[in-house]
Ligand binder design. Structure first.
Ligand SMILES: Cc1cc2nc3c(=O)[nH]c(=O)nc-3n(C[C@H](O)[C@H](O)[C@H](O)COP(=O)(O)OP(=O)(O)OC[C@H]3O[C@@H](n4cnc5c(N)ncnc54)[C@H](O)[C@@H]3O)c2cc1C
Length: 459
């Protein structure tokens, strides 16, 4: 990186917030993408840590003048190489944007893009409120969660990230600062027409610097129920029956004994269910105990009708957190032996059919594919594990078969992780050439010099 550019960046954010030594830059180059498709980053980058939207704006104006690529980096927990720099340029780390202002009256928080999920959860709790979403890794930042429209284990009742955002401050690639939306639950002007362009587009259209996030009153009665089944079919066939009965849990997860025990062992914990091979983890949250126990009874009887074994109930918050922790860390525990993690998504009632198809594919290739996922959303994490002697082509073929099986059922190749760097070659499986061209036009309109997250998402 040219010396004068580094000096200009120091002039914008201050000397302490620019890193250009190769040794220190190293820890800003990767994310959590699985070993197989993990992209190789470029080392010739300068890391810049702006404090606010104004500084981001000045950095982007400079980048436009000099045609320098800028890669936005949140918590780097992404699983598709979205924040990984592929060309020499600037890594824009959002870590300093930490303000949190909880507005109890309106049940909202105004949050800097660099606030982590863990910090948001704590701030809400401190104000006796609750932020329901839980996309796995609590190190993810609000800006990254919004950019990826993250989902996670608690998205059935209250939705994915998009459903919580009522306003954003966003800096366009050309440097203009927009304040879209606000503390409004209904807004068919700015939020309705503009805001959602920046949610889920993975940082290719703008840098999110602040957001207004909806919080919930604390659910007074919560419980997590683990329901064991002897087989996958009975467990998954039960999911639509629970939802169709009008019970909408906060989260409805599916796990199998192998992966969940691996995760528990990795954490030095114990999976509490001794019986069964396939499990539903049902997270319930209500405002009074009567409603909660009513739901628990009804779910138990639906599960029993569908062949469940004896459910296990966790009522204390510590027990419930432990179960969520074991569930959330499956990916990390399996990662060393994994080629790739997929997050295909199908209409919720077809999740059983999708898993049957995945089984057939695994059998055809003579491999074991651990699966688990957000069953209430139809979002499945199927893992391609490392196989001795396999070539990249073999892994790619297997992955494409899983994608095609999901698409055949009306699904998409990614329900939450996004496209980023590693899945852009597969975007055409879901989007037509006209749709991809429309994305290109949008990108060109907002980012004429293609400086922001260049080459990401759009093939
Ligand atoms: C153990 C584990 C479990 C996970 N579980 C889930 C899960 O259940 N559900 C789920 O959805 N995801 C999950 N993820 C993936 C990941 O946490 C999410 O994709 C998350 O949204 C990434 O946020 P981040 O701040 O880490 O973003 P990064 O990885 O830093 O970046 C991701 C993308 O967002 C862009 N970006 C980041 N910040 C901004 C910003 N301020 N403005 C504009 N663009 C920005 C980046 O350029 C990049 O393209 C999991 C990851 C791990 C490691």
């Amino acid at each position: 990186m040219k010396e004068d550019i580094v000096e200009s960046l120091k002039g914008i954010v201050g000397e302490d917030w620019v890193i250009d030594s190769e040794e220190l830059v190293k820890s800003y180059l990767e994310d959590e993408t699985a070993p197989g498709p993990k992209p190789q980053p470029v080392y010739d980058v300068v890391v810049v840590k702006p404090a606010n939207a104004q500084e981001v704006s000045e950095i982007l104006k400079l980048a436009n003048r000099e045609k320098i690529p800028v890669y936005v980096r949140g918590g780097a927990t992404g699983l598709v190489g979205g924040c990984v720099p592929m060309k020499s340029g600037i890594v824009l780390s959002m870590e300093r944007m930490k303000e949190i202002e909880v507005d109890r009256e309106n049940l909202m928080a105004v949050v800097g893009a660099g606030v982590t999920l863990g910090e948001l959860l704590q701030a809400a709790e401190k104000a006796d409120l609750f932020f329901p979403a839980h996309p796995g890794d609590e190190g993810a930042q609000v800006g990254g969660l919004i950019a990826c429209n993250a989902g996670g284990a608690r998205a059935v009742k209250t939705g994915v990230m998009r459903n919580y955002v009522t306003g954003i401050e966003v800096v366009l690639p050309t440097g203009e600062i927009l304040n879209i939306g606000g503390k409004l639950v209904k807004d068919n002007i700015s939020a309705g027409k503009l805001m959602h362009l920046f949610i889920g587009t993975e940082g290719i259209l703008g840098v999110i610097t602040k957001a207004v996030i909806r919080l919930f009153p604390r659910f007074k009665a919560t419980a997590t129920m683990i329901v064991p089944f002897n087989d996958r079919h009975s467990a998954l066939n039960t999911v639509p029956k629970i939802l169709q009965r009008g019970i909408i849990p906060l989260g409805l997860e599916y796990v199998e004994r192998g992966p969940i025990e691996t995760s528990a062992k990795y954490l030095g914990l114990e999976w509490p269910c001794k019986e069964g091979e396939a499990f539903l983890i049902i997270i319930l949250a209500e405002f009074n105990e009567e409603a909660l126990y009513g739901e628990l009874e009804e779910i138990s009887s639906i599960c029993q009708e569908n062949g469940s074994l004896e459910p296990l109930l966790a009522e204390t918050s510590k027990e419930q957190e432990t179960i969520l922790k074991i569930r959330s860390e499956i990916y990390t525990a399996l990662k060393p032996d994994m080629y790739d993690i997929l997050d295909v998504c199908v209409p919720p009632a077809y999740i059983g059919k999708l898993l049957d198809e995945i089984d057939k594919i695994a059998e055809k290739y003579g491999v074991v594919m651990p699966v688990y996922g957000h069953a209430g959303d139809g979002n499945v994490h199927a893992h391609i594990m490392l196989e001795e002697g396999w070539t990249r082509e073999q892994y790619e073929k297997l992955r494409e078969e899983v994608y095609k099986a999901a698409i055949k059922l009306g699904g998409v190749i990614t329900g939450e992780h996004g496209i980023g760097e590693i899945r852009k070659k597969d975007l055409h499986l879901n989007l037509s050439e006209e749709e991809i061209e429309l994305l290109r036009k949008l990108k060109k309109t907002l980012d004429p010099n293609s400086i922001l997250n260049p080459g990401k998402v759009i093939p």
